[in-house]
Design a protein around this ligand. Structure first.
Ligand code: MN
Length: 490
């Protein structure tokens, strides 16, 4: 592994040299999700530190129109160097018009396109170009246990060792990409992320403790955190405030002290242990999958306050801002710009309301075949105009993780304004299937494009092809018999 890692770092060094020696404007583009927002914060900080002039923006993906615009601008000489973070690898083969006029650096962890633009396998011949540097672990045979922001972090460290201060951002990005293999079953970061974690701990920007994985550990009254907990799902308590209060009261855990609500971080260690045991017992009683997966590493950001102090929560905030097309606000929060905090909060609360409305709309329509269709192999959720293209991936993740539709694979659909359908697929960890491959194979059949990771992949297809696409997925999954084996319970 060290050889491969050395090669990867060397490639990052080569990219860093290009940035270091570049005179003139740099065009930087990052993905709009949490990982992309953290990548943005890392690269923006690194470029500013080197006093580079740059123009930055976010993008959902690099489609033909975006590539053609950038190519035209490169041709006109507006930029001779472009840096893509947390996106670009999948579109590498279509970047040729840009590469004719400019150099491109990609720091990404998504699958890399092959020479003919077809689906990539691990040993396939990745697309290369003398003007392209792809800082991507897959290019060196490293498994995808690192996020796009992790790759951007490696690039930034190659640019200047003092960028070690951005390690916390790389971890937040990895947490945001939890379903893409960056985070393990027990909630701890894995692989290369562990190395970055050490950097962040040494730099003092991140602290690791063991605790219950509950959202709102510093910012929510504990009964609220229980009521609103979707992952872990607590049967009978999730979604029921009074049941949550009663649960705590029966455990002898006071919800208030001196008239103030207590948060999870306020509980004593002993109280936290009592709570963990009780949650596991509840989950066992209701046959919840992986009942013990409520406890794990939690990451605290000592230089942040309130809801920004918990890395998990920060990841949700960054994702919410990015998906609300306000990613620059979260970049501000990442870099400690306190003026942005209030607007970040407003954006997050608007986003949560939207997500909540969409998720409960799905649950309400679970018996409506126009919205939810259950086949032997998967649950299909048709969001139509009710679930926007930015939010379909988050809604799909939440619905899938809730276990509510009782299928190990979920495929969500949401309309885009340009007459396409955005698709988002999610699989439980216990499923032995490569959704990246499935998505690539099936979207190609209907003239769309897509890809992603092992257990989370997405794409876009023409809207009149949705039915055909459902048939293809069903055929694909029945052929593979996706529900192969349960992981041993721990
Ligand atoms: Mn990512």
């Amino acid at each position: 592994m060290l050889d491969k890692l050395e090669q990867l770092v060397k490639e990052a060094q080569r990219a860093a040299d290009v940035i270091r020696n570049h005179k003139g404007m740099i065009r930087a583009i990052s993905h709009i999700d949490c990982d992309g927002v953290c990548s943005a914060a890392i690269i923006v900080r690194a470029l500013a530190k080197k006093q580079k002039t740059f123009h930055f923006s976010f993008a959902r993906y690099l489609n033909e129109a975006t590539v053609n615009n950038l190519a035209e601008e490169a041709k006109q000489g507006r930029w001779k160097l472009l840096v893509f973070t947390d996106l670009g690898s999948g579109a590498a083969a279509s970047l040729a018009p840009i590469l004719e006029h400019a150099q491109v650096i990609i720091a990404d962890h998504h699958m890399i396109a092959t020479k003919d633009g077809s689906e990539a396998t691990e040993n396939s011949d990745f697309y290369t170009h003398p003007n392209l540097i792809n800082v991507n672990p897959l290019a060196f045979g490293l498994k995808e246990d690192i996020s796009g922001s992790g790759m951007t972090y490696i690039l930034s460290r190659a640019l200047d060792p003092e960028n070690v201060i951005s390690g916390d951002l790389a971890i937040i990005g990895a947490i945001g990409d939890a379903q893409t293999g960056s985070i393990g079953d027990k909630w701890q970061v894995l692989g290369l992320n562990q190395e970055i974690l050490k950097d962040a701990e040494t730099a003092g920007s991140l602290r690791v403790t063991k605790s219950i994985r509950l959202w709102g550990r510093f910012s929510r009254p504990i009964h609220k955190a229980l009521e609103l907990s979707i992952d872990p799902y607590i049967p009978g308590i999730t979604g029921n405030e009074s049941a949550a209060i009663q649960f705590l009261t029966e455990l002898g855990i006071p919800v208030k002290i001196n008239g103030n609500w207590r948060s999870l971080a306020d509980l004593t260690k002993e109280e936290q242990q009592r709570l963990v045991s009780a949650i596991i017992i509840e989950r066992l009683r209701h046959n919840a999958p992986n009942p013990t997966q409520v406890f794990g590493d939690v990451y605290e950001l000592p230089h942040q306050t309130g809801e920004f102090r918990d890395a998990q929560e920060f990841a949700t905030i960054a994702n919410a801002c990015g998906k609300s097309l306000q990613g620059y606000l979260a970049v501000g929060a990442c870099l400690g710009d306190e003026d942005k905090i209030e607007r970040v909060r407003e954006t997050v609360s608007g986003y949560k309301k939207q997500i909540g409305t969409m998720v409960s709309w799905v649950f309400k329509n679970k018996d409506n075949p126009d919205v939810v269709r259950l086949t032997d192999s998967a649950a299909f959720v048709f969001g139509g105009d009710k679930i926007s293209e930015e939010l379909i991936s988050t809604v799909s993740s939440i619905v899938q993780r809730s276990g509510f539709l009782n299928r190990k694979i979920l495929i969500g659909f949401g309309n885009t304004p340009n007459g396409e359908v955005k698709i988002s697929s999610r699989a439980d960890d216990s499923v032995n299937i490569d959704l990246n491959q499935m998505m690539r194979d099936c979207v190609k059949e209907v003239g769309g494009n897509g890809g992603g990771h092992l257990h989370a992949a997405g794409g876009q297809i023409p809207s009149d092809k949705a039915e055909r696409f459902v048939d293809l997925i069903n055929q694909y999954l029945s052929g593979l018999n996706p529900v192969v084996e349960e992981k041993p319970k721990n």
